[in-house]
Design a protein around this ligand. Structure first.
Ligand SMILES: *Cc1c(COP(=O)(O)O)cnc(C)c1O
Length: 804
């Protein structure tokens, strides 16, 4: 596209939207005009794409997820459309720097962490692969909170992203649907058929907003449909006419509260009524619209499984099972067996965690009260399931209860998915094996073919091509453009494995990206860090199982070692953390406080700060990750083995040339397979060893007593040398006053971690060796492309194909 054409589109948009000339527009107005012009281009491409797949009557994917961590869109869309350079040139004529406009855009933070980001990476990949797909979620008015650290404490602030982020959303008020909460169910027989009606319910309107998702150089544009809750306009009239103005307004607010805010708990359930209402609103509205769309193109719902693959991303949308069943039975008159068959063949489920505190369960009374018809259906699903299990496991009441959908006065969402969906997958080899061998073993036993694995992947065009342009440019020079479409082509880099000039260039690029990050750190934290130091990075949600604490204990150990021997010759290090803690997660917030205290101690000590610096960057989010990741030397992936389902941060860092320091957990196992022993720093207990140690009886005090280095740092927690005391952390490690003592085996892995960190330091001294490792990591990262992952879903689970 010519820059004259772009300028004329921008002028027109500016006049239309703001009534001003382009050269008089503010930065904000220019930003909006640019986004709106890009949005128009996406709409055109989408219309072409839709008519192509509708003509072919192609099968579609419906990706259901409570979270999509979209991040920013302008850069991504311009890149995918191949328009970045021409827009940059056009804007330069107006004395506007495109990078300044990128900075205006707020992240669409409609997710907590890995799970939500995965959903967004998969939408990008499906568009790039021409797979017709619609993502469904909620249009949260407030996404993941903004984080500030004040005196060591995390403070949360509302994320009012719609203020500027709304440019990407197109409302479709005319397609609003009604969702029913509460009330009673009336059943009667008519013409020999059971009829159902819900009455006295509270109706809530779900209004869809479309966000378009472009694919790389693909001619396909998919959409994300975000539902916003609204009170139906006529709902208040009764209260109004009774003169109860306040009640009318209250009901309005209650309805609209449903899509107000994203729950900020990651890998942890929040058993709140509002959360259940969010889930049902989004599931019911989405399924109603899927069914309506199907019937627009096909004459009955018999063909739904052939034309629609509905994917349940974690158990948050598990209500898809009874809601689809409800629509088929109550709205379209199917009998149970036929309806169940359609549900089974249409629905598939991905499990994302084995942590018991994340397994969703609802109190039965609450579930029945809020969703009376859905409750009846779940009870019937459970009755039939238990009958079936009684024939498979006769008399084994414990097993049957473990597998039941309703037991102990609770409704269990994972079992609901397992009982119905035709496929269930984990997100890395190790994780999928754990599902089969332990938590879902009894289901695996009766339906082994249901279970499969799809190792996670990332949208590498965002995480490499867009966020690391310097490396991308060099890669194109070295191995050609093939990797832009096919990440496996990165492997061609292996031919330069030992080529001195390539290794030097890699080092220079890393050094440049580290300077960019240094500038960011100077601005945000007022700390000067040395770009020659090792950038040792741990960025992810703060969670005990992810063991940021192990990282900090090692830094405290280094502090002690340097104080003891100020002339110690070690390569300087910068430890970089970024992490949000769930607002109510006490121990996670203590760990943030500890990182803050250690950073103050270390950074202010002249004897230490030349060798070690510690930086905590506030408000971890996609756009911050895009700055940190290209600058990382070491990728900390140090969860206790068996707990991290996959990780995707590990993949983003790998493809940018960071070397993993990690346990054999999640997708680290596959990263290890890809790069081999020599190009990864592995340490710690393996998943079977962790199991073994639990069985034997784990006692962290033995490690404390048996290791002087460890004892020294644990004692620092309570001694006051850190400025304040961290008694609760020490107690959680050594006593059972906060659950099991050291439930994440930090002490058991401490020594192994410290020794491996020493090896990291020694290795880095040999720059050539280190950048050999870095090169291999980039070259072998192709496997972790979301294109590969989505292709596996398409072939093995959804049975869909891309459109020619
Ligand atoms: C990739 C990503 C995550 C997931 O990180 P893990 O290390 O896999 O837990 C979380 N948050 C953001 C913003 C991300 O981009």
């Amino acid at each position: 596209m010519q820059k004259e054409k772009i300028l004329s589109l921008l002028s027109e948009k500016c006049m239309q939207s703001f009534g001003c000339d382009l050269d008089e527009a503010t930065k904000q107005q220019t930003y909006r005009a640019v986004c709106l012009v890009v949005r128009d281009l996406l709409v055109q491409t989408r219309n072409d794409f839709c008519s192509r797949y509708e003509k072919q009557q192609a099968k579609q994917v419906y990706y259901m997820s409570m979270e999509f961590l979209v991040g920013t869109s302008l850069h991504n869309n311009l890149y995918n459309l191949g328009l970045e350079d021409s827009f940059r040139a056009a804007l330069a004529d107006l004395n506007v720097d495109l990078d300044d406009l990128y900075e205006i855009e707020p992240d669409a933070g409609l997710g907590n962490g890995g799970l939500g980001r995965l959903a967004s990476c998969y939408m990008d990949a499906m568009s790039s692969l021409h797979i017709p797909a619609t993502g469904f979620s909620l249009r949260y008015e407030f996404g993941i909170f903004k984080q500030k650290i004040i005196d060591g404490w995390q403070m949360e602030f509302p994320d009012n992203w719609l203020d500027m982020g709304d440019v990407w959303l197109i409302p479709r008020k005319e397609d609003a649907v009604e969702v029913k909460f509460g009330g009673q169910v009336h059943e009667w027989m008519q013409d020999g058929k059971l009829k159902i009606e819900q009455y006295d319910y509270t109706p809530v309107l779900a209004v869809p907003y479309d966000m378009f998702i472009s694919g790389y150089d693909s001619g396909a544009v998919n959409k994300l449909v975000l539902w916003s809750a609204k009170s139906p306009s006529n709902m208040d009239m009764n209260a109004f006419s009774r003169g109860d103005y306040v009640k009318a307004i209250e009901q309005n607010a209650m309805a609209e509260a449903i899509s107000k805010v994203l729950y900020p708990a990651d890998d942890h359930v929040e058993g709140k009524i509002l959360r259940l209402k969010q889930q049902y609103l989004f599931v019911s509205a989405s399924l109603q619209s899927i069914v309506k769309n199907h019937l627009k193109h096909f004459d009955s719902l018999d063909s739904l499984p052939q034309k629609a693959a509905i994917h349940i991303n974690d158990t948050h949308p598990a209500l898809c099972v009874p809601e689809l069943l409800r629509i088929l039975l109550d709205d379209y008159g199917y009998d149970w067996d036929r309806a169940w068959d359609i549900c089974q063949n249409t629905l598939a489920y991905t499990n994302h965690t084995v942590m018991s505190e994340a397994l969703e369960r609802w109190p039965e009374y609450l579930f029945r009260e809020q969703l009376p018809r859905i409750y009846q259906l779940v009870a019937e699903i459970n009755r039939r399931l238990v009958n079936q299990l009684n024939t498979v496991y006769p008399g084994d009441l414990a097993k049957i209860e473990y597998m039941a959908v309703i037991a102990n006065n609770e409704v269990r969402m994972a079992n609901l998915c397992l009982a119905c969906c035709h496929k269930v997958n984990g997100v890395s080899k190790l994780h999928s094996d754990i599902l089969k061998d332990s938590i879902f073993h009894d289901y695996y036993h009766i339906a082994p073919d249901k279970f499969t694995n799809v190792t996670n992947g990332i949208a590498y065009r965002r995480w490499l091509c867009q966020s690391n342009p310097k490396l991308t440019e060099k890669l194109r020079e070295w191995i050609g453009d093939g990797f832009l479409h096919d990440a496996n082509a990165l492997e061609k880099l292996m031919k330069y494995y030992d080529k001195a000039n390539v290794l030097q260039d890699l080092q220079k690029i890393k050094r440049y990206n580290k300077e960019v990050l240094c500038n960011y750190i100077a601005r945000s934290n007022g700390i000067n860090v040395d770009p020659n130091s090792i950038f040792d990075v741990q960025i992810k949600r703060l969670h005990e199982y992810k063991r940021q604490l192990l990282n900090v204990l090692h830094i405290m150990h280094l502090y002690c070692v340097i104080k003891e021997n100020p002339n110690l010759d070690i390569p300087p290090r910068t430890f970089i953390f970024a992490a949000k803690a769930s607002a109510g997660y006490f121990m996670a917030k203590q760990v943030i406080r500890l990182i803050d205290a250690v950073s103050k101690l270390v950074n202010s000590d002249p004897a230490v700060r030349e060798k070690v610096k510690v930086v905590f960057l506030e408000d971890y989010k996609v756009s911050l990750a895009e700055i940190i990741i290209p600058a990382a030397d070491i990728s900390e992936q140090i969860s206790i083995a068996g707990k991290e389902a996959s990780g995707t941060g590990n993949m983003k860092l790998m493809i940018n040339g960071a070397v993993t320091l990690g346990t054999l957990d999640g997708a680290n196992v596959e990263i290890h397979e890809q790069v081999g022993d020599d190009n990864i720093f592995l340490f710690g207990l393996t998943a079977p060893e962790v199991e073994e140690l639990w069985k034997k009886g784990y006692n962290p005090v033995e490690y404390y007593n048996g290791n002087l280095e460890l004892r020294r740092v644990i004692d620092m927690l309570t001694s006051g040398v850190l400025g304040s005391r961290f008694d609760e952390i020490a107690k959680s490690l050594l006593t059972n006053s906060y659950g099991a003592a050291d439930a994440y085996m930090t002490l058991a892995d401490f020594d192994s971690y410290v020794r491996k960190q020493e090896e990291v330091g020694r290795t880095y001294l040999d720059k050539r060796k280190f950048f050999n490792m870095s090169l291999v990591n980039i070259a072998k990262a192709g496997l972790f492309s979301a294109d590969r992952a989505v292709t596996e879903y398409a072939d093995d689970i959804w049975q869909v194909k891309g459109i020619k």
